[in-house]
Design a protein around this ligand. Sequence first.
Ligand SMILES: NC(=O)c1ccc[n+]([C@@H]2O[C@H](COP(=O)([O-])OP(=O)(O)OC[C@H]3O[C@@H](n4cnc5c(N)ncnc54)[C@H](O)[C@@H]3O)[C@@H](O)[C@H]2O)c1
Length: 254
Amino acid sequence: MEITGHTILISGGSSGLGAACVRRLVSRGANVVIADLSEAGKTLAESLGSQAAFAPTDVTSEVDVQRAIALAVQQFGGLHGAVACAGILQAERVVGRDGAASLAAFQRVINVNLIGTFNVVRLAAEAISKLSPGPDGERGVIVMTSSVAAEEGQIGQAAYSASKGGVASMTLPLARDLSRYGIRVVSIAPGVFETPMMASAPEAVRKSLAEQIPFPQRLGQPDEFAALVQHAFENVMLNGTVLRIDGAMRMGPR
Ligand SMILES: NC(=O)c1ccc[n+]([C@@H]2O[C@H](COP(=O)([O-])OP(=O)(O)OC[C@H]3O[C@@H](n4cnc5c(N)ncnc54)[C@H](O)[C@@H]3O)[C@@H](O)[C@H]2O)c1
């Protein structure tokens, strides 16, 4: 799909990987709607001018996501794609010093990372399905964010890994479901990237993770993730798959 002149909703676009997608896609001529809980997206949208808008959104809310999509249609004339980047990180051992892990915390991670992603995908896909098809019968593209933790969850990552494994697993069935509308679905599984989410981890953890990356031996830059998102939009043969971007990292138990 051509990016220029098309409109893409980016959940989690206020920060980190999502914000890098916002900047890159706008610089390539897209219109973007930043759908995020954090008001930082408002400032980011204002700094980018008429190609960007902010919709205060909790991805777990049907009404909020519908409102964000309505804003895309009203302000830019339609929706052609979505990048689901909103997510939260949580770590807790299954049995710790204080007993069994919190069920509420597990449910919250699944609710935001997995159910929130599905909520964005289903409503964005419905809006995209109403467009007339472009070349190759393509109507739009949806990119979801999984994680290498879907395959190599570390100690304490049962909830996070389950949520990202869910995103990876639903990639193919979503692509199959939406193929009749010419909508592609691709997931990206990042290794460790330099974002506010990672900055919240202790320095020792970040150092240990960086040392586990064979090459380049550093954390990924958010724009390197955004470059792959751009490619997923542009390459019509990419569909129903999960792409790792991790410098050959395979995470150890801790
Ligand atoms: N940074 C990494 O190393 C890394 C690695 C693998 C996967 N990921 C995934 O990439 C995505 C982006 O992560 P990041 O590192 O940019 O994190 P980040 O914390 O910098 O950004 C996440 C954004 O999501 C928003 N958000 C959280 N809950 C939300 C909700 N309920 N509704 C709407 N917005 C919500 C936050 O406000 C924030 O702006 C996440 O899904 C994360 O799990 C990140």
